[in-house]
Design a protein around this ligand. Structure first.
Ligand SMILES: Nc1ncnc2c1ncn2[C@@H]1O[C@H](COP(=O)(O)OP(=O)(O)OP(=O)(O)O)[C@@H](O)[C@H]1O
Ligand SMILES: [Mg+2]
Length: 382
């Protein structure tokens, strides 16, 4: 079939030209400048908004953020079930944020996106690669091309095959995207970039790491980024700035809250706030928290075993925890004991400076939840 007859690229007109992918090379590959944007992360327990300011080539400052809770069930497993509630909360979050920006970058959960890294000859121009993308996508998505949004990014010269360039392709079912865009638009905002949550995470994490100026490659180690939210936990192994393995499971802090509720006979809201503020009775640690963290450690260990069995690698050099549950006391030490891999908790401050306007004590509590939103806000500087 002639390529011209393939359906046109991507996304509803409201959205930009691409799904921004990966950490590097976007600015090199696509010479379109984005306007500054709010990073908007629609999680299952809350909506997070972040505004960053650029201070230098790889330096950014956290200017403002808000976390607006969502009622249970409004968003589950990355799906928006209650559009009007979600858009109402986005609106509320935006009012609290007090920013003049109207454009936002949003993300699809990694589990809703099919990604593939592939090689193209380096003699092809970007437009020529673009023409071939629909053919490529059509080969590996389990739904019709007409019902999908897809995009690609040239990542740079391939290391193993010098005649080629590495290209990342991403595709998602159109309806997954449309829900999110509709929620944003109903709140009076404009979705300009659609990213993938794990890639946004990776972008912000990459800022904490030095890169080789010559090759632009990140560190030659396998780093496991483990994100534990309210209902989902995802593991993402990064090597040289690329994601080489991903796995997602239903596991998260909402389970811990439920256990607190039933053990201490507390209503949900009380259980949730006592958990965050650390005001539960002493027995909490041994009876509830430790078993939860041990489960987490086992899940992480299992995912890493899967990684070993499906890849050429047999080592993970370190584990970095992010997501709301990374704030739990002893999370890193339990995961480290269970996996025998050095484990730390990521802090947004490691990647960003923080404006004086942001209250430090609340940020300390919230920092591990903000990673995806911060990574999304970075898209405003591509
Ligand atoms: N300071 C804290 N101490 C303990 N638990 C916390 C803290 N902050 C957030 N959490 C827990 O982390 C979870 C929320 O994490 P996060 O905001 O990353 O998830 P989400 O984005 O809403 O959900 P998901 O990513 O699963 O869709 C909740 O279970 C919450 O109770
Ligand atoms: Mg989340």
């Amino acid at each position: 079939m002639p390529i011209e007859l393939m359906p046109p690229k991507l996304l509803s007109p409201a959205i930009s030209q691409w799904i921004a992918l990966g950490v590097r090379a976007l600015s090199r590959a696509i010479e379109i400048k984005n306007p500054p944007m709010i990073g908007l992360d629609i999680g299952s327990s809350s909506i997070k908004m972040v505004v960053l300011e650029k201070k230098g080539p790889r330096e950014f400052q956290l200017e403002r953020y808000v976390i607006e809770p969502l009622p249970e069930g409004a968003v589950t497993e990355g799906n928006i079930n209650e559009l009007s509630i979600v858009s109402d909360r986005i609106k509320r979050a935006y009012q609290r944020l007090g920013s003049g920006l109207k454009s936002v970058a949003i993300a699809l959960p990694f589990s809703d996106v099919i990604t593939k890294r592939t090689l193209f000859s380096n003699i092809l121009k970007e437009e020529q690669i673009e023409q071939q993308i629909p053919l490529e996508v059509g080969q590996y998505i389990p739904f019709p091309l007409e019902e999908s949004n897809f995009d690609f990014q040239v990542l740079g010269p391939s290391r193993d095959s010098p005649e080629d360039v590495d290209v990342m392709i991403a595709a998602a079912r159109r309806e997954k995207l449309e829900d999110r865009v509709a929620a944003v638009e109903a709140a009076g905002l404009k979705a300009l970039v659609v990213d993938v949550d794990l890639f946004a995470l990776q972008s912000i994490y990459a800022l904490t790491k030095p890169i080789d100026e010559k090759t632009n490659w990140g560190e030659v180690e396998n780093i496991a980024l483990v994100k534990v939210g309210a209902w989902r936990m995802s593991i993402h192994i990064i090597r040289e700035g690329f994601s080489i393995y991903q796995r997602e499971q239903p596991f998260g802090g909402a389970q811990l809250t439920q256990e607190i509720q039933s053990y201490f006979e507390l209503p949900e809201a009380k259980a949730e706030s006592a958990k965050r503020d650390g005001t539960l009775p002493e027995s909490y640690v041994n009876k509830i928290l430790m078993p939860f963290l041990q489960n987490l450690g086992e899940e992480v260990a299992r995912s890493i075993q899967y990684f070993y069995s499906t890849s050429e690698y047999n080592q993970v050099h370190s584990i970095v925890l992010v997501g709301g549950c990374a704030a739990l006391a002893q999370a890193a030490s339990v995961v480290q004991t269970q996996t025998m891999i050095p484990t730390s908790v990521a802090k947004v401050f490691n990647a960003l400076t923080v404006s004086d306007k942001v209250p430090v004590h609340t940020l300390n509590r919230d920092a591990s939840s903000l990673f995806v939103a911060c990574g999304l806000a970075l898209r405003g500087f591509d």
